[in-house]
Structure formats: structure tokens, C-alpha cells
Design a protein around this ligand. Structure first.
Ligand SMILES: NC(=O)c1ccc[n+]([C@@H]2O[C@H](COP(=O)([O-])OP(=O)(O)OC[C@H]3O[C@@H](n4cnc5c(N)ncnc54)[C@H](O)[C@@H]3O)[C@@H](O)[C@H]2O)c1
Ligand SMILES: [Zn+2]
Length: 354
């Protein structure tokens, strides 16, 4: 068995382990479940990840069955949740059953939400298979679904019993999804781990397990300090106010990670423009984003429309423009009352073509 990197995150009631290990789906996860008693085990996955890893996982677990839902954010809805409740009932699940969320962040949020609400809550294990889900979505207990009016508008806090990140599963992850995960890793480094940023860009990048573990540590610290997201957890939103606007205004043509990458560049420029950071910060962030194969420019979107979208972002309080910015790498801060002109100027500077 490959050596595991195990971190522990303090949840609302109990601490839970985050196991980062190639092969965790075949060994560590079944061993963990085998030590506990559940009436039924429902592995919830999608039509991509289910055939790759879900059937083999369910076969290794006692009293387990696999449920697959269609792939994609479009299915992270109450409608899919309702269908899942029905499948859980049909499969004989009750209050002492276990749900395993096996997939990217969409499955983590959806299956996590179902676990939080089915029979007022059943046990949950997060088994993230995308890099983004390993370093971000599977951690911290936020679960939920989208509404037609916007993303993640219905949800809950639901800590898992454990998180198993099988890095070997990343071999089948499409390259663009890997880059999207790296955008969140870069974000973590910029917030709280400057050496991680350097390592990401080194000519010989470190093993992916090390990268995941360092990013997990950053999220762990933010989540533990601020479980209900009233203060420092907001730092995890670095680049995200811009990102959500880009995603929304483009009609979700932009992937989240790619929008985050652009958002990191925008946040760095805004930090310099507000006099918080030295100019080389913006250059550093832009170089990192470009080196990781992520976009640092956009085209075809109207800066005024992006500003309007930001004002509807739920991270805005009392209508004032609030951004997570950087004084330097590893030194985030929250800036209140950033004026429209400043944001528009940054957006104009990153716009290419029409
Ligand atoms: N709860 C949180 O704190 C939190 C944080 C960040 C993001 N999220 C949510 O996470 C979602 C985005 O997650 P994502 O980027 O993982 O998207 P995703 O779940 O759509 O996964 C991306 C794609 O990769 C596929 N995939 C996943 N693992 C694979 C593997 N090992 N091999 C082959 N294909 C694989 C998926 O089926 C999908 O097609 C969004 O819904 C977002 O709101 C939640
Ligand atoms: Zn994100």
C-alpha cells in the first residue's frame, strides 16, 4: 500500500480524517467502512465516474449498491435529489445507512446534500475524484444544490465521517479539469502557503499527493477557524467574486477553475491598484496562472455587466463592494467599499478583443 498523507479536520461535532493516498478507494475506504456497521451503503456517483470506480468500490463494500446520476452541474438540482431519495428508499436505506459521494464537486455537493436531508441526515463519506473536489469541495462540510435562479442557493452544513482522496483516480481526469483544480491549489497557496506557489511552478513539480495535502491544509485552517463562514473563511473566496461574475455572465461557458484563475489575476491587479500590494504581485500571479495553462484574459464580456453580476453575489454585504485582496502572497485581507470605477478599470485591463 502506498503511504498515506492523513490530515484531520475539526468538524462541528467531531474531527474527521482526510486520507490522501493512491489506491484509497480500493483499500483504505473499504477498510474504514468495514470497521463500522451500516444497514446499507449507497455509493452515489455519475455516469462518468460510476463505471470507472463506482462499481469496483460497491463490490468491495458490504451491503452496498451504486446509484448513478447524469454528469454535470446541470443535474445538481432538487429534482436529482428527489430522484436520489427515491433510489435510497428503493434500495432499502434507513437512518443507519451510509452515503458515499464518489465523484467531483458536483457529486460531493449533491450526494452530501442528500445525506444531510434523507431521514434528517445519514452518515456521509466524501470520496472526491476530481482535483478540485480533493482540495476544495469535499472539505468543510458545505453541501447543496443549485436553483434556476443561481448556484448553491439551497444547502446545509454536513460534515463527513471521513474524506478519501484517491490520487490514482486523477489519471482519468480530463486535463482541463486538472488545470481547474490547480487554480484552486494556486488560490490556496496565494492565501496561506507561498512555498506551494513556488513548487507548483518548479521545473520538476512535486508529487500530486504533496500538492493536495498542502492545499488541504490551507482549507483546513480556514474552515477550523471559521466553520460557519463569518470571518476568515472568506479568504477562501479570493478571486471568486470575479469568478462567479465571469461564470454567470458567460452563461457558465467558463469552467469554475478557469474563472477562478482569471479572478486571481483580477484580484491581484485590484490589490495593486488599491495600493495594498506592490506591483510585482500582479505579475507573479499572472505568470503563475499562465504557467499552469489557465486563462489570464477574457473576451466578449461587458465589464459593466460583470460589475452588475458581482453586486448580486451573495458575498456582497449591504450592497457595498467587498473583495478578498492580497497585501502579498500569503497575506490576504478583506477590502470593503471598493468603488465601481476601480473594478471596471481592472476588468477593462484584462479584456481582449471585442
Ligand atoms: N462545497 C464546497 O465547499 C464547494 C467548493 C468548491 C466547489 N464546489 C462545487 O463543486 C462543483 C465543481 O466541482 P468539479 O470541478 O469537481 O466539477 P465536476 O464534479 O463536474 O467534475 C468535473 C468533471 O470531471 C469528471 N470527473 C471527476 N472525477 C473524474 C475522474 N477521476 N476521472 C474522470 N472524470 C472525472 C466529472 O464527471 C465531470 O465531468 C461545483 O458544483 C461547485 O459549486 C463546492
Ligand atoms: Zn472555487
Amino acid at each position: 500500500m502506498e503511504p498515506a498523507s492523513i490530515l484531520t479536520i475539526q468538524g462541528a461535532d467531531e474531527a474527521y480524517p482526510v486520507v490522501i493516498q493512491p489506491g484509497a478507494l480500493a483499500e483504505a475506504l473499504p477498510a474504514f467502512v468495514g470497521e463500522r456497521r451500516f444497514s446499507r451503503v449507497a455509493v452515489i456517483s455519475n455516469t462518468i465516474v460510476g463505471p470507472l470506480y463506482g462499481e469496483a468500490l460497491a463490490a468491495r463494500l458490504p451491503d452496498a449498491f451504486l446509484i448513478t446520476v447524469p454528469d454535470g452541474e446541470a443535474h445538481k438540482t432538487l429534482g436529482t435529489a428527489t430522484a436520489l431519495y427515491g433510489e435510497l428508499l428503493a434500495g432499502g436505506c434507513d437512518r443507519s445507512s451510509l452515503v458515499i459521494a464518489l465523484g467531483g464537486g458536483v457529486i460531493g455537493d449533491l450526494a452530501g446534500f442528500v445525506a444531510a436531508t434523507f431521514m434528517r441526515g445519514v452518515a456521509l463519506i466524501q470520496a472526491p475524484t476530481s482535483l478540485l473536489a480533493m482540495v476544495d469541495a469535499s472539505l468543510g462540510g458545505k453541501v447543496g444544490v443549485d436553483l434556476p435562479q443561481g448556484k448553491n442557493l439551497v444547502g446545509a452544513f454536513k460534515d463527513p465521517l471521513a474524506v478519501f482522496a484517491d490520487s490514482a483516480a486523477l489519471h482519468t481526469l480530463p486535463p482541463v479539469e486538472r488545470r481547474c483544480g490547480l487554480a484552486e491549489v494556486l488560490k490556496a497557496g496565494l492565501i496561506a502557503d507561498p512555498p506551494l506557489v513556488e513548487r507548483l511552478l518548479a521545473s520538476e513539480p512535486p508529487p500530486i499527493e504533496d500538492v493536495i495535502a498542502r492545499a488541504v491544509r490551507v482549507k483546513k485552517q480556514a474552515v477550523e477557524q471559521d466553520r460557519l463562514e463569518r470571518g476568515t473563511r472568506a479568504y477562501l473566496n479570493l478571486g471568486h467574486t470575479f469568478a462567479h461574475a465571469i461564470e454567470g455572465v458567460s452563461g457558465y461557458a467558463w469552467k469554475h477553475g478557469e474563472a477562478v484563475a482569471l479572478g486571481l489575476v483580477a484580484a491581484a491587479r485590484l490589490s495593486v491598484q488599491r495600493g495594498l500590494a506592490a506591483p510585482d504581485l500582479a505579475a507573479t500571479v499572472e505568470q503563475a496562472v499562465t504557467a499552469l495553462g489557465l486563462p489570464a484574459r477574457y473576451a466578449g464580456l461587458d465589464p459593466a455587466a460583470l460589475w452588475d453580476a458581482m453586486r448580486h453575489d451573495k458575498k456582497f454585504r449591504g450592497g457595498s463592494a467587498r473583495f478578498v485582496l492580497l497585501r502579498a502572497t500569503g497575506d490576504p485581507c478583506v477590502a470593503d467599499d471598493v468603488p465601481r470605477d476601480a473594478v471596471i478599470a481592472v476588468l477593462e485591463s484584462l479584456r481582449e478583443g471585442p
